[in-house]
Ligand binder design. Structure first.
Ligand code: ARG
Length: 587
């Protein structure tokens, strides 16, 4: 399963062996290789190593240089500054390396498999039953999907869990209402659209709420229903299931609009852990991790205090015997660790839930469910803001429906596509419009680091210039069109050719795909891949401006440039796919 090694990796390897030859105690040390503007690469690792060995850094650097084998791959290496190394590689090495990658039919583009892959359960795309999906749910879905794909690509075993909000006291009210108006959700799956399903749920919710607030007797009946639900009364459960099923029709329609594949089997909501709740509490109480306090079962933390200075506990079981969000999450941890055998639990959840997860993870650690081998991380994301910099709301101050946002993005994108379209049919414009619009929304989300807030600005998102998916999609489509125009002439690498600076810059950046994907996966940082792709498109643009492709001087050069075009396109395509974004062949 070995994939083609990147040029970066072979330069790294050469430097590491020169380093250990020059300084045996530095065997295995990282020369800290970076791409650099001065040469092709710069190695900065010698400074720290010299300090450790109490050696003069420039002297050590000079000794390393004398050990570097030059010629085939490394053209030149020299000491610079206090003890950096500037490294230039040969044109031949660049072309040969890309050619090997191009010939490799695994489609991995040099991306290595992780040495010790593990099992990660990723908790993302977790909307709530009987409620609209909002922009927060968008972030979790988009980031989680990209991170899951990135990890899988590096060989990690990824198990997806959609922890939907499908349990809680609000269902008492809904079920009671449905019981009293029995025909409200009478239809078979497939008979209603997602939109209709949501409007049914919305109507029921509003009607039930109204009754609940105005009619004391209904309120009492609704509260009794909660008890029936928790006791597992079959008729009550059957009605609850209707709400879940109706909601799933809606969720799946949104996921489809998002061009995202979600498996029904991966939807394990809060209710999925009902059978474990009692045991979770028993284990926590017996081990002393949780204690009784004012009738509730609580876990305390030295550093979690309320504004009055009093400790704020994590409540695992309420004094009325009810279980909440914490009990479910703690049970889910046990399931993921002991049944699914995960060693990493990743939660793609709003940063506003960070305190909850901090307490839940710490509780699980005290209970011994998490430890040094099995750990949990919250990939906490920031808030989506409106143009005014405040949390995104409609003019009426309501939360924005995700579907409306997506529809608007698609509409705007279709207008952009239509304006630029030369020979696209109406049908094609609609299809591309959806791919460009949804891509724009996903890219805007993925191109800022997840923990930061970001402004939802459709004008900027569908702009053709700047760091947008539309720019990347157009770059891709342009390359594909050149390749089509080449007709009979096939892309082919010619490693004897000298490269133009713009070709070298492009080639070296294509090479860096391998390291970028590995890093983005390991750090759960899709924005690093997005930044890479943007730079790739920019470097392609300057290559294209400076180096004629079909009109290059010699037939070999035409073929070699077509080859550079093709591998750039392949890299763009693969990178965008890992982010969940389509790259249409023509735009
Ligand atoms: N349903 C929750 C919400 O809408 C997110 C669930 C996050 N996952 C979890 N395991 N608690 O905010």
């Amino acid at each position: 399963m070995a994939s083609v090694t990147s040029l970066t990796a072979s330069v790294h390897q050469r430097l590491a062996s020169a380093l250990s030859a020059a300084l045996p105690e530095a065997t295995g040390a990282d020369p800290l290789l970076r791409r650099s503007d001065r040469a092709d690469f710069q190695a900065n690792g010698i400074l720290a190593l010299a300090k450790q060995a109490k050696a003069n850094p420039r002297e050590l650097a000079t000794r390393v240089v004398s050990q570097v084998v030059t010629g085939d791959v490394i053209k030149d290496v020299e000491v610079s500054g206090p003890g950096f190394l500037n490294i230039t590689v040969t044109d031949r090495a660049i072309t040969e390396n890309l050619a090997a990658r191009y010939a490799d039919d695994t489609g991995r583009l040099g991306v290595p498999y992780a040495e010790n892959p593990g099992t990660t359960v990723i908790d993302y795309a977790q909307p709530n039953v009987a409620k609209e999906m909002h922009v927060g749910h968008l972030r979790s879905a988009v980031i989680g999907d990209a991170v899951g794909q990135l990890m899988e690509f590096t060989g990690e075993r990824v198990i997806r869990r959609h922890h939907i909000g499908d349990w809680g006291t609000q269902f008492g009210m809904l079920i009671q209402y449905l019981d009293e108006h029995p025909h409200e959700l009478d239809h078979k799956a497939g008979e209603v659209t997602g939109e209709e399903a949501m409007s049914n749920l919305d109507r029921l919710y509003k009607a039930a709420r109204k009754l609940f607030d105005s009619d004391e007797e209904f309120k009492t009946r609704a509260r009794r229903r909660v008890v029936d639900l928790q006791a597992g009364d079959p008729r009550t459960l059957a009605m609850w299931q209707k709400f879940v099923d109706e909601s799933k029709i809606y969720f799946f329609s949104v996921f489809e609009k998002l061009d995202m594949e979600i498996q029904d089997a991966d939807i394990v909501g809060e209710s999925g852990y009902n059978d474990m709740l009692d045991e979770t509490c028993r284990l926590l109480e017996e081990s002393g991790v949780a204690v009784r306090s004012e009738g509730a079962l609580c876990v305390f933390f030295d550093d979690v205090k309320g504004p009055d200075g009093k400790p704020v506990p994590l409540i695992v079981k309420k004094s009325d015997g009810g279980y909440g969000y914490a009990a479910t999450d703690l049970s889910a941890i046990r399931d993921r660790v002991f049944n699914l055998k995960a060693d990493t639990l990743l939660y793609v959840v709003d940063a506003r839930q960070s305190l909850h997860f901090r307490m839940v993870f710490e509780t699980a650690r005290r209970a011994g469910w998490l430890n040094d081998e099995v750990h949990a991380v919250q990939l906490a994301f920031g808030t989506v803001l409106g143009k005014d910099g405040k949390p995104f709301k409609t003019r009426e101050g309501e939360t924005v429906r995700l579907v409306d946002l997506l529809d608007e993005a698609i509409e705007r994108a279709s207008a952009v596509v239509r304006e630029k379209a030369q020979d696209l049919s109406e049908e094609e414009i609609a299809e591309r419009g959806a791919q460009v619009g949804v891509g724009a929304v996903k890219y805007a989300d993925l191109s800022t680091s997840a923990n930061r807030d970001y402004k939802f600005d459709l004008d900027q998102m569908v702009s053709l210039n700047g760091d947008t998916s539309v720019y990347l999609q157009y770059a891709y489509a342009r390359i594909r069109s050149i390749l089509r125009k080449a007709g009979e002439v096939r892309p082919s690498a010619h490693s004897e050719l000298e490269l133009h600076d713009a070709e070298r810059a492009l080639g070296l950046h294509v090479d860096a795909f391998a390291e970028t994907v590995a890093e983005a996966a390991a750090e759960y940082a899709p924005h690093k891949l997005a930044a890479y792709l943007y730079q790739l498109a920019s470097l392609y643009t300057s290559f294209y401006d400076k180096c004629p492709v079909l009109k290059a001087d010699t037939p070999q050069q035409v073929e070699n440039r077509l080859f550079l075009c093709d591998i750039t396109a392949g890299t763009l395509h693969r990178g965008m796919a890992l982010l969940g974004i389509r790259t249409p062949e023509r735009l």
